[in-house]
Design a protein around this ligand. Structure first.
Ligand code: NAP
Length: 314
């Protein structure tokens, strides 16, 4: 049902939802059909990224541990079934919080990442030899308290999220071997280019790709997203809200004002509409922001508004 200001709801009870946006008190529960496959798993298109639940610089425990656990414990009630993590967040901090809050996970899919380590100063250090990857997979299994990882993404590229060039066969084959051993259900890739995705697919199925992408930063991935969509493979943009540099745009703010919602909700809704294979993992340390983000899954932008927003990253 379309409202008169360019936004409408996917689910029934639209006016109630819309008034919720207006009053900023809406509690979002996602509609039943807002899901997408990851291999033989099915996840909600609106997920959650846990990187914000660490200390400064993604090192150490969060300043508000109880608050971090509250965010994680709110996920099932909000209908979110996709959580993103990594052993190198903290390190081990988000995995341990996720286990404490959500184990044994029930309908939740926990997607982790391997391929990086942290040094004693918090620096991000590539760690993708077969031996290093095996050690990280074992560590993730132990900290998450599972016998097999749902999805393990091989995180490549540099720490600033620029893909490297060249073959990724050796590290991906190492993960494929651990998949064959039953330690990993599904494999994904992070910070890769299209050629690297194609190379990995000759070794084992790739169920998801996670690269930096948002309304203002689209780089070369538009073609990759479309190609993955044609294959039924999810694309998970990290930094959907700009990450460490929050999105700022007068167009975004103007649309948000017109729709009586927040810029973050519009940025997330734009991504969901960009392509059906885009799944979101916005990060937050706040239950209030989590609720706003989940509610954004119900915000649909009309064609003119979407076009206006397209201009931000053109
Ligand atoms: N594969 C990779 O290399 C890679 C790299 C980076 C991140 N990731 C994953 O991607 C996830 C998302 O990225 P991210 O967390 O870095 O960045 P993000 O989701 O783009 O933005 C997070 C920032 O937005 C704020 N925020 C969240 N919801 C908001 C709302 N409704 N209104 C206003 N501000 C809001 C958060 O602050 P508050 O805490 O105050 O809400 C936080 O400062 C991460 O959590 C992580 O799981 C993957």
């Amino acid at each position: 049902m379309l409202n008169d200001e360019g936004g409408y709801c996917r689910s029934t009870g639209c006016s109630e939802h819309y008034l919720g946006f207006r009053s900023r008190r809406r509690v979002g529960v996602m509609t039943q059909n807002s899901t997408y496959p990851m291999g033989d798993l099915t996840v909600t298109r609106m997920g959650y990224g846990s990187m914000q639940l660490t200390g400064p610089g993604v090192m150490g425990p969060p300043p508000d541990r109880d608050g971090a656990l509250a965010v994680l414990r709110a996920l099932p009630g909000l209908g979110v079934t996709h959580v993103d993590t990594a052993g190198f967040y903290g390190p081990h901090v988000t995995n341990e919080l996720i286990r404490e809050a959500l184990h044994p996970y029930d309908d939740l899919t926990v997607v982790t990442k391997v391929g990086y380590d942290r040094d004693e100063t918090g620096g991000w250090v590539p760690a993708n030899t077969p031996a290093q990857l095996r050690q990280q997979v074992e560590e993730n299994l132990k900290r998450l308290g599972v016998e097999a990882l749902d999805v393990a993404n091989l995180r490549l590229g540099d720490p600033m999220a620029n893909p490297s060039q060249g073959s990724i066969a050796e590290p991906f084959a190492a993960l494929a071997q651990m998949q064959a051993e039953g330690k990993i259900r599904h494999l994904g890739l992070s910070v890769v280019n299209a050629a690297q995705v194609a190379e990995a697919q000759t070794l084992a199925p790739v169920v998801t790709v996670q690269n930096l992408y948002n309304i203002a930063h689209r780089s070369a991935d538009d073609a990759l997203i479309d190609s993955l969509a044609a294959q039924g493979i999810s694309f998970v943009p990290f930094f959907p809200l700009g990450g460490f540099s929050p999105l700022q745009s007068s167009v975004l703010s103007g649309v948000a004002e017109r729709l009586h919602t927040r810029p973050a909700a519009v940025a997330l809704a734009w991504l969901l509409q960009r392509s059906p294979n885009i799944l979101l993992i916005p990060g937050t340390s706040s239950v209030a922001h989590l609720r706003e983000n989940v509610a954004a899954a119900d915000l649909v932008l009309d064609e003119a508004t979407a076009k206006e927003l397209d201009a931000i990253g053109a």
